[in-house]
Write a protein that binds this ligand. Sequence first.
Ligand code: FAD
Ligand code: 2HG
Ligand code: ZN
Length: 487
Amino acid sequence: NLQTASTAARGTFASLRDEDLQKLRQILGAKNVLTPQEVETEELARYNRDWMGKWEGRSAAILKPASTEEVSLVLKYANDHNLAVVPQGGNTGLVGGSVPVHDELVLSLLRMNAVEDLDQRSGIVTVQAGCVLENLDQYLAQHDFMVPLDLGAKGTCTIGGNAATNAGGLRYLRYGSLRGNVLGVEAVLADGQVVNSLSALRKDNTGYGLPQLFIGSEGTLGVITKLTILCPPRPKAVNIAFFACADFDRVQRTFALARQKLGEVLSAVEFCDRSAIDFVLKREAGTGVRDPLEEKHPFYVLIETSGSDGDHDEQKLHNFLEAAMGEESTVLDGVVAADETQARAIWRLREGVSDAMTTAGYVYKYDVSLPLPRMYELVEETRARLKEAGVEDTAKAAGYGHLGDANLHLNVTSLSGRDDKVHGLLEPWVFEWVSQAHGSISAEHGIGQCKPNFLHLSKADSAIQLMRTLKSALDPKGILNPYKVLA
Ligand code: FAD
Ligand code: 2HG
Ligand code: ZN
């Protein structure tokens, strides 16, 4: 049932033996080591299979450490005995990076979920890697701070997984990358060495930026156990507006106008096409999530403002609306959320697309960044390609994503299930199209086991070679997340 899975043969790793199990149980406690022999199939599948059911391994054991020291002891043992390990957080990743390909041990960080410290003046939080993003955000809310990251999987994904994938999400436009906001990382290397690079300083140029090695490395260079993150104050006034546009040119002009008129209070600019919205409306039928506009339109733009002074922000939003609906006439219709319930329902229209397109059939997902003017061309050309092949009635393409970051999510749902013909039409064509347009084949989801064979389309050979050098320096036996990222 695969999109693009690793075809790599099993490496020359050892197979788990009874004496290994005994040792691992000594380190972690018997109940924190699950094996296929002792656990219900469904419980095991939570760790072996990704949430879309696209990738599934057969882990010899699931390991659940509770401390950095336990992670260190487990990795030292695994490295000494040549056992391969997959670090796992909430298992919400979209590129098959968090599940085993063969029988690798799964190292779940979910028990390491404590918020250890918050500096109330600077907003710098120290948190264990397995803390669920939403739980961290709720903790910070009690102290008037927020995580500088938000995404649809917030209720399940972990902050360690977010850092390991350098997740982008819905507020990247305002707060930027985790590469900027994560100040420090504590990580355990493949041989069990604990690297303490947990700086809580905004400025620290003492040598190499070691935390950056682990951010976005998808569990291939080390296991992140703890992070320090610079968190912004929680905004006091938040407004959400939802607009309809007639074409993608007007979508882009609406974004440009929003930047001009809303300036520093702009916190998100997202977009969906009609097809994406139709999937959500069908999926959410009966939940209270509905199209807030009377007529159907080809494109929608969601704009969020966040600031500290409600009147000031509303005045700015008013000026923007006047220009967008009047002199500039970039939007056809629009609505500003009147209360929090409506704001949540509007956000759901956008955040719900991924799930709606996944559950409607078999979904092929592409997460790309492109020069903004060419972003929607890819969706149009995909549709034309599906039509030409005569599969347009069963293979439905939609475009949506983080307009403010020129990050397109092209999803194609095959309503009749997985389809080799559709797959063959999409790959490698999509990746090559993106490469020729000077885009990135992975804007925010990473490479995982899905895209190692296409990495060269977005990275120079010399850069890939340096990645290999780093990998063999930090993990000479290659036990950490094998078959992922590098082919
Ligand atoms: P996992 O899925 O468990 O792991 C992801 C990768 O990180 C794997 O390679 C794993 O080995 C590694 N890893 C996990 N924890 C650690 C650790 N402690 N140390 C080292 N390596 C580790 N992504 C975006 O960028 N933007 C979005 O807007 C976005 N929206 C999403 C919406 C939905 C509905 C879903 C399901 C996913 C979305 N994602 C998005 C994907 C995103 O990458 C993940 O949700 C999240 O960042 C992964 O966190 P996780 O804890 O689930 O990690
Ligand atoms: C989003 O922005 C996520 O909704 C998921 O990054 C995108 O499922 C996808 O393709
Ligand atoms: Zn996204």
